[in-house]
Design a protein around this ligand. Structure first.
Ligand code: GLP
Length: 263
């Protein structure tokens, strides 16, 4: 795992978007794994800006999102499909037919996960998986105790996640209590993973995820098992990392980061 701490939220977001843009330029038919949440809104705004101003071309790209609320359809403004259309897909030239999320309205909840896994396999697997982190350490909606080998499935959300996300609903009580999520094992299958963490309220969980022992109680610790995982944090989120100096040293001295140091 590599950890990069940037002085501001803006530069952490810009670095994250630039890493995705560079991967897309290197492989125009890239298969992107995408995430939702407040943290990602700025990343998608930056990718949309790059599309508008720098001709970043998504026409051949495909995407799979991490998760979707069970019971919410594309017209519901709290569904992740709505979020993705609003924050990214409507603002770039991706073919929406090549964008996939679990189907929150399926009448076959039991088999939706298998169907989704099959679609990812048929697309050739995910090249780069973008991730945020929940305050309980979840990635996607893999709540504490999710098996580190789990696959896409329906998952009951924790009260903590409910408290974190329900204020985004007009009526907080309307937030579904279950969601489909890629499993931790599904996420670990991506060729690269890129996690963005910002803000002081994520500092404790980021330190536990990066420097603590691997445990299913904190799904994000599973990223320590991934051979190509990069974590980008802003100063506030990175505040409690013990290895801070060493991470900075790597970023300053590894040649592959040279092009990114001034972002
Ligand atoms: C939701 C998503 C996660 C995301 C998390 C963090 O729970 N399922 O994928 O990482 O929110 O959200 P935020 O960026 O709003 O803190």
């Amino acid at each position: 795992m590599e950890v990069i701490i940037r002085p501001t939220t803006e530069s952490a977001v810009k670095l994250t978007a630039t890493l995705i843009a560079d991967a897309l330029r290197a492989k125009p038919n890239i298969c992107l794994g995408l995430a939702t949440g407040r943290t990602m809104e700025a990343v998608y705004a930056e990718l949309a800006r790059m599309h508008r101003q720098e001709y970043l071309d998504f026409s051949l790209a495909r995407s799979f999102n991490l998760d979707e609320y069970i019971g919410l359809g594309p017209d519901n403004k709290n569904s992740y499909r709505y979020y993705m259309n609003y924050h990214l897909f409507n603002n770039i030239n991706i073919d929406k037919r090549n964008t996939c999320l679990p189907n929150g309205l399926t009448d076959d909840i039991e088999h939706e996960g298998e169907r989704y896994e099959q679609a990812i396999r048929e697309a050739g697997g995910i090249d780069i998986q973008l991730l945020g982190i929940g305050r309980d350490g979840h990635i996607g909606f893999n709540e504490p105790l999710s098996s580190l080998a789990s696959r896409t499935r329906a998952k009951a959300l924790t009260p903590e996640t409910f408290a974190q996300n329900s204020p985004l609903f007009d009526r907080p009580e309307d937030m579904p209590k279950r969601a489909f999520t890629m499993g931790v094992g599904t996420i670990l299958d991506a060729r690269n993973v890129l996690m963005l963490v910002t803000g002081r309220e994520k500092a404790e969980i980021l330190a536990a995820a990066v420097e603590g022992p691997v445990t299913s109680m904190i799904s994000a610790t599973a990223l320590q098992l991934h051979p190509r995982a990069v974590v980008v944090a802003d100063e506030e989120a990175g505040a409690l990392l013990k290895g801070r100096e060493y991470y900075d040293w790597i970023f300053q001295n590894e040649p592959k980061w040279a092009a990114y140091r001034n972002i």
